[in-house]
Design a protein around this ligand. Structure first.
Ligand code: CMC
Length: 437
């Protein structure tokens, strides 16, 4: 691939890009469309017209199967090779060597923080973990059996009313503060949504704990003076948070960008992103995997279940991905980590069913032909369950770290001079003008 810069260098400063030649068979006219990074601009096709007053040629791409909606420098994925990098760093190295807050800083600001930057960042996040007391009242008004993801989405949107200055999204200082608030507050919202569902008093954040320790304390502390989580479980949560921090232009990131492009505040935009994440085809899949394993029940039922999937009677949840056509690199890391977690918690009895599903699926023509491999959600739920998180909390556990990705995507979109309010076109196929009788 020749980049703009490489072409310019080769031509002694003159920019002559590769082009795509198109002949319109309706008119016989030829058009030359510039190619940049193996991409043509959809708006360049508008000059292809039959008559001068035609609207011009559009592209049709439901579900964005082959459309780049932005230029981004945050996350790189090579789905065929199973590669995932944040800002150039391989996910495997980040998961092994860094904390979630360091990775969140990297995702948001482009570089890993030095010591001073990290201390300032961690302090700011820690300083913003408390929720306004009125938020407690709002959470208490939900029914006892409200899904925590519904509460999470609602509280995010409600925060917009607590911080009205957040609407000044073009002010960098305002944006910076909302980033601290959102990264700081999401574990508190998540844990309180859980405490609400089991009728336990809410636990307040504690400043001497790390980000994942604090979350575990707010989730599980009961009467003890200090909640002391097992370090293996803290590390596992840290890694799971890192793996979920960003994943470029997925459904919820696209929602964040699209909603944010109207210049609404980031609380409303991230409530929309979290709502997108809630769906079973996206972040709700880890919950769906556990429900599927429950439904299968035992190892001997696995072949019949696989047959049903192949007959179109449902999906093998936690398998398949829009971009990974190889093993999801996040699933590899999680599978390895599962052994360490189960060493502390005891084995999740559903693990055997999951391993058998994977073994059969990876040999089966149906899955092989379609390049369906386990994705991040296939094993994460088993770990969460072993750590005593209820199944309802799984999508919320995905949303906590994804907040850093959403905010990075949002900021990049706002700062991109080529971006405008998101407003797709349509192919109108409805009735022509007709009169009401
Ligand atoms: N089980 C059985 N068949 C499947 C599955 C599956 N999990 N996923 C895809 N297929 C089949 C699908 O029926 C289609 O078959 P055919 O060509 O005969 O019509 C083919 O594979 C291509 O699938 P697709 O639905 O066109 O692929 P997509 O890119 O639109 O969907 C997906 C991607 C993730 C939504 C889909 O694979 C899926 O529904 N998987 C299960 C849900 C899941 O695990 N989601 C979590 C994704 S990872 C977390 C995240 O990033 O959000």
């Amino acid at each position: 691939m020749e980049t703009k810069e490489a072409v310019q260098k080769k031509n002694g400063g003159a920019l002559k890009l590769d082009t795509l030649k198109i002949t319109d068979s309706r008119t016989g006219k030829e058009f030359e469309i510039p190619i940049d990074h193996e991409t043509v601009k959809a708006t360049d096709l508008r000059k292809i017209k039959v008559k001068d007053d035609d609207f011009g040629m559009m592209t049709y791409d439901p579900a964005f199967m082959n459309t780049a909606s932005c230029k981004s420098r945050i996350t790189f994925i090579d789905g065929d090779k199973g590669i995932l990098r944040y800002r150039g760093y391989p996910i495997e190295q980040l998961a092994e060597k860094k904390s979630y807050l360091e990775v969140a800083y990297l995702v948001l600001y482009g570089e890993l923080p030095n010591k001073t930057q990290y201390e300032e960042w961690e302090n700011q996040v820690r300083f913003h973990t408390y929720l306004h007391e009125n938020v407690k009242g709002l959470m208490e008004s939900f029914r006892y059996d409200a899904h925590p993801m519904g509460i999470f989405v609602s509280v995010l949107a409600a925060l917009s009313t607590f911080y009205p200055e957040a609407k000044h999204v073009l002010d960098p200082e305002v944006r910076r503060k909302q980033v601290w608030r959102l990264i700081g507050k999401v574990p508190t919202i998540a844990a309180w949504a859980y405490r609400h569902s089991i009728g336990l008093p809410y636990v307040y954040p504690e400043n001497d704990l790390t980000y994942p320790e604090n979350f575990l304390s707010m989730m599980f502390k009961v009467a003890e003076a200090k909640y002391k989580p097992d370090p293996v479980l803290v590390k596992a949560l840290e890694v799971l948070f890192i793996l979920h921090a960003d994943h470029e232009q997925n459904c919820s990131a696209n929602a964040m960008r699209s909603i944010g492009s109207s210049q609404v505040d980031p609380y409303c935009a991230s409530a929309g992103a979290a709502a997108a994440l809630y769906g079973p085809l996206h972040g709700g899949a880890n919950e769906a995997v556990l429900r599927m394993l429950d439904e299968i029940g035992s190892m001997d039922k696995v072949p019949a279940f696989i047959k049903d999937v192949k007959d179109g009677k449902g999906k093998l949840m936690g398998f398949g991905h829009r971009v990974y056509k190889n093993y999801d690199p996040r699933a590899k890391i999680i599978k390895k980590m599962a052994d360490q977690v189960f060493g502390v918690t005891g084995k999740n009895p559903k693990l055997e069913i999951a391993l058998e599903l994977e073994r059969i699926a990876l040999q089966d023509d149906y899955f092989v032909k379609r390049k369906l491999y386990p994705n991040v959600d296939f094993y994460s739920g088993l770990i969460y369950q072993a750590m005593k998180f209820p199944v309802d909390m799984f999508p919320v556990l995905f949303a906590i770290p994804r907040m850093s990705g959403w905010l990075a995507q949002w900021e990049e979109m706002l700062m991109d001079p080529e971006q405008k309010i998101a407003r797709p076109r349509q192919m109108y196929l409805g009735s022509d003008k007709r009169d009401v009788n």
